[in-house]
Design a protein around this ligand. Structure first.
Ligand SMILES: *Cc1c(COP(=O)(O)O)cnc(C)c1O
Length: 369
């Protein structure tokens, strides 16, 4: 048995689109970039979409665009992929963590207020595993304290919150297109926003600080090369055309898992709020609290030995070596995050999984519980 943890869904149309770009001779700054951007802005319903070379680059540009200064504080969750708080460090800001909600696994929005200080400038909620965070509460807190909100929507393309599309829930959002995400461009990301000023700054900063119409060697501000190539954008534009098919397949696989594991008392799932429509990014289970972190490690090892790809999503950010060194974090600082992160297992999840493979994964998992 060999069941991969994840994998992209690439059809002949993406392959043809790449070949077209290669034959065209325009490999960068060509027509595929606006084609992909327009497809995303239309799908998400935002005025602007700006393609960048990764989700991490997109987060970095947004943190600069909202003007975070060295020493400013930004609030985020410790239960995430490390990039969602690294982007604060890139600009010399201080990440302040608020522990996660034990049910939804998103930042506990009811605890935000108590983390706000006179130095707080920014909130970076993460839509964990494809479920939007509690944006009504998050935006209310932001309004009250005049904070900016960057939605880390890297895992939630296509998700909805009270009927509104993920990516459009804060001042700006970012999607990531690494091959395990809902749609992929190999590497890549997309900033989305309705804010003209944020869009203008991000467009300039991704392209070496040039403003529109400026010559190649004129630079209005500090910039980067965070552009996404036409080859990548051509793949992305086709993936967006196929988005309903892709998300539908993922929903079906998640349904198979939930059905088969529903009655299993020794594991639980992320709670999906009734006002949220999930866009399935990964399929993660949580072992009961009676299991230890060592039990989880041995279970992952045994699943892998049986050819089942799996992983320990997420490892708490505050316990990463350099966060501990720089900020003095220690075990016990964010107990909900630590309890859950020690017991989660991401199971194989991608569009090519068959129902019988899901059966095999569930049977093997059960036999190891
Ligand atoms: C994937 C992801 C990112 C961005 O990752 P890149 O590999 O830089 O595209 C950012 N935040 C979260 C929560 C992610 O899952």
């Amino acid at each position: 048995m060999n069941i991969e943890l994840s994998g992209p869904d690439i059809s002949q149309a993406e392959i043809d689109a790449v070949a077209d770009v290669l034959r065209s001779g325009r490999l960068s700054l060509g027509p595929a970039v606006p084609r992909f951007e327009e497809a995303i802005s239309k799908y998400v319903g935002t005025k602007h979409a700006i393609a960048v070379s990764s989700g991490t680059c997109g987060l970095h540009l947004l943190v600069r665009a909202v003007g975070l200064q060295p020493g400013d504080e930004a609030i985020s969750t410790p239960f995430s992929f490390v990039a969602s708080s690294n982007c604060i460090l890139f600009e010399g800001g201080k990440p302040v963590f608020v522990d996660m909600d034990p049910e939804t696994w998103n930042i506990d929005a009811s605890a935000l207020e108590s983390a706000v200080t006179s130095k707080t400038k920014l909130l970076i909620p993460v839509n964990v595993f494809g479920q939007p965070a509690d944006f009504d509460r998050i935006n209310a807190c932001a309004r009250k304290h005049s904070l900016r909100v960057i939605e880390d929507s890297c895992e939630s393309l296509g998700a909805k919150y009270n009927g509104r599309m993920s990516g459009s829930l804060g001042d700006a959002g970012v999607f990531g297109f690494y091959p395990n995400k809902q749609i992929t461009t190999g590497e890549g990301g997309m900033i989305v926003t309705n804010d003209d000023e944020i869009a203008r700054l991000c467009q300039s900063m991704r392209n070496q600080g040039r403003d529109t119409g400026m010559s190649w060697l004129s630079h209005e501000r500090l910039g980067y090369n965070y552009r996404l190539s036409d080859v990548s954008c051509a793949i992305g534009a086709v993936q967006v055309q196929r988005i309903e098919e892709i998300l539908g397949k993922r929903r079906r696989v998640a349904g198979w898992y939930r059905e088969r594991l529903a009655t299993e008392q020794r594991i639980s799932f992320q709670k999906i709020e009734p006002n949220c429509e999930m866009s399935w990014f990964v399929f993660v289970i949580k072992l009961a609290d009676s299991y230890s972190e060592a039990d989880r490690a041995s279970m992952i090892e045994k699943l892998r030995a049986r050819g089942i790809g799996c992983s320990n999503y997420f490892a708490p950010i505050h316990l990463q070596a350099f966060y501990k060194r720089q900020f003095g974090y220690k075990p016990g600082d964010f107990p909900v995050c630590e309890r859950i992160a020690a017991r989660t297992i991401a199971l194989p999840f991608h569009n090519h999984l068959t129902e019988s493979e899901v059966d095999q994964v569930c049977e093997t998992l059960r036999s190891l519980l």
